[in-house]
Write a protein that binds this ligand. Structure first.
Ligand SMILES: Cc1cc2nc3c(=O)[nH]c(=O)nc-3n(C[C@H](O)[C@H](O)[C@H](O)COP(=O)(O)OP(=O)(O)OC[C@H]3O[C@@H](n4cnc5c(N)ncnc54)[C@H](O)[C@@H]3O)c2cc1C
Length: 466
């Protein structure tokens, strides 16, 4: 097998600011464990786990024969009688306020505010998302490649004249965001495929490190875009926080579970407030803002329609759920103003974001949180360091003792634990990764960095972390 270079093998956890956001990787990492646990709990609730989806709309862009021969591609729906009556939508007018105008393209509907086509409640079946994993299905070859190509081709907005503001800097932000959203979604789907992969030789399911290296880790920006999507989705949750209290999440939930469910919802909201730092006011703020936003919306709507071309039910279901989740986040951030989410000012806001949109948003956030979690898991699967590398280890507590001019003997903490990726420290409890990223690989180097390079704020941060 081809030897892969060290730097791109298992990848390194990104550090520092997340491009186009006001958040950094370390903040997302510090919250992701709790986010992952809380979402896991919440997504078991009927409110979040049941979604109505029409998997059989047909592909409007090219001939498809809907042939995924693998048994792993097919999925089972749930009987409608399992769904609480008030969640069973029978007409489009129950999907949105009646005063909003519906547009129709090829029998599919959307409203002006939508970044995706709506599921037709008369045609869709109900699915229990907890029973349908996103994982390897054997759906490969020209069909998915054609779909990914079509999705990336949507990242080409209407050309403007030479004096157009689109030539200016704001053009870059919208297209950058669009590309990050799509590429991040692709990377997250690939992460799930590699995490729950079928070994064709042994017939066993499990993580496939080589798959992850090839599809994600060897392109560091792909993991970065996964983080970007997580921040974007968290910002959407945070923005609609006042509105979140209006839903009844506890249909079909036992009394004992309600307290726990509330705690987990509060935890997600709290994390969203801390880590969902994306400034949506910077988007669509130039001279061409209105037409650019319409283009952006139309293109993302097309992406949601391209999902109907996926020839694998399981992949199509998760493709649809996640494009709906991202479209909901974009609607919340780019389309609706703050007053909409303020119940005191807007008593009709109960229809602004439907249960199905909220469920899609939370399930999508969960997928990205899982992908960030999986990145850590894959890094820990890398081979143990060569002996020479192992000798390079620094006892960070010893170092911190020196830095603080304390006697190392007074340090009662246990030595920090490093995880290595082929000889390079990729993770360490409390901040050592940052030192390694700065090229600080020995006690001497650290002492030198400390005395020569570190600014007051770096010293403070590092001391706190240590
Ligand atoms: C919406 C959707 C959902 C899917 N869900 C599943 C699923 O649940 N299970 C399953 O087994 N298969 C699924 N597939 C298929 C899967 O995504 C791959 O297409 C398939 O496994 C073939 O992979 P590949 O290695 O040939 O490259 P692909 O993932 O098909 O990528 C095609 C090309 O795109 C480029 N590329 C890859 N990743 C990125 C990225 N993050 N950013 C930018 N460019 C990139 C590369 O040049 C690559 O060669 C899905 C496909 C789609 C379109």
């Amino acid at each position: 097998m081809e030897e892969i270079s060290v730097a791109s093998d298992c990848g390194e956890k990104p550090t520092g600011p997340i491009d186009a956001t006001s958040c950094d990787y370390e903040t997302v990492d510090s919250y992701n464990g709790q986010l992952y646990d809380s979402l896991r709990y919440l997504l078991q609730l009927p409110f979040f786990k049941y979604l109505q989806i029409d998997l059989y709309r047909g592909c409007p862009f090219w001939e498809d024969d809907a042939t995924c021969t693998e048994s792993t591609c097919s999925i089972a729906n749930v009987d409608e009688s399992e769904i609480p009556e008030e969640w069973r939508t029978k007409t489009l007018s129950k999907v949105a306020p009646v005063d909003e105008t519906y547009h129709q393209v090829d029998g599919c509907y959307y409203r002006d505010s939508d970044f995706c086509f709506l599921e037709d409640p008369q045609l869709g079946e109900y699915y229990d998302l907890t029973t349908i994993p996103e994982r390897y299905t054997g759906y490969t070859g020209s069909s998915p490649h054609q779909i990914w190509r079509a999705i990336y081709e949507e990242n080409c907005f209407t050309p403007r004249g030479p004096n157009s503001a689109l030539e200016q800097a704001e053009k870059c932000l919208e297209e950058k965001v669009y590309n990050k959203v799509i590429s991040g979604l692709h990377a997250s789907i690939s992460t799930h495929i590699c995490l729950d992969h079928l070994n064709q030789t042994t017939g066993e399911w499990g993580p496939d490190l080589q798959c992850y290296i090839t599809r994600v880790a060897s392109h560091p920006e792909r993991l970065e875009y996964i983080y970007f999507n997580a921040v974007l989705l968290l910002r959407a949750v945070s923005r609609m926080t006042p509105y979140l209290t209006q839903y009844d999440y506890f249909q079909g939930v036992s009394q004992e579970q309600i307290g726990e469910a509330k705690r987990n919802l509060e935890k997600v909201v709290d994390i969203a407030r801390q880590a969902g730092r994306f400034d949506e006011s910077r988007m669509f703020s130039g001279l061409d803002a209105i037409s650019l936003r319409e283009d952006f919306k139309a293109h993302f709507r097309n992406v949601s329609r391209i999902m109907d071309c996926i020839e694998c039910d399981q992949c199509r279901l998760w493709g649809k759920v996640q494009t709906a989740g991202l479209a909901t986040a974009m609607k919340i951030l780019f389309e609706l103003n703050d007053n909409v989410f303020n119940f005191a000012l807007n008593s009709s806001s109960e229809t602004v974001v439907q249960r199905s949109e909220l469920a899609a948003l939370f399930n999508t956030l969960n997928r990205f949180s899982e992908s960030i979690h999986a990145a850590t898991q894959f890094m820990s699967m890398t081979p143990p360091p060569a002996r020479a590398d192992a000798e390079e280890r620094i006892d960070i507590n010893h170092v911190s003792g020196n830095l603080d001019a304390d006697s190392p003997e007074t340090d009662t903490n246990e030595s920090s634990v490093y995880r290595y990726c082929r000889g390079r420290a990729i993770e360490c409890v409390d901040g050592a990764t940052r030192l390694w990223a700065k090229g600080v690989r020995s006690l001497e180097a650290l002492t030198q960095w400390w005395s020569e390079k570190a600014s007051e704020s770096e010293i403070h941060t590092t001391k706190t972390e240590l």
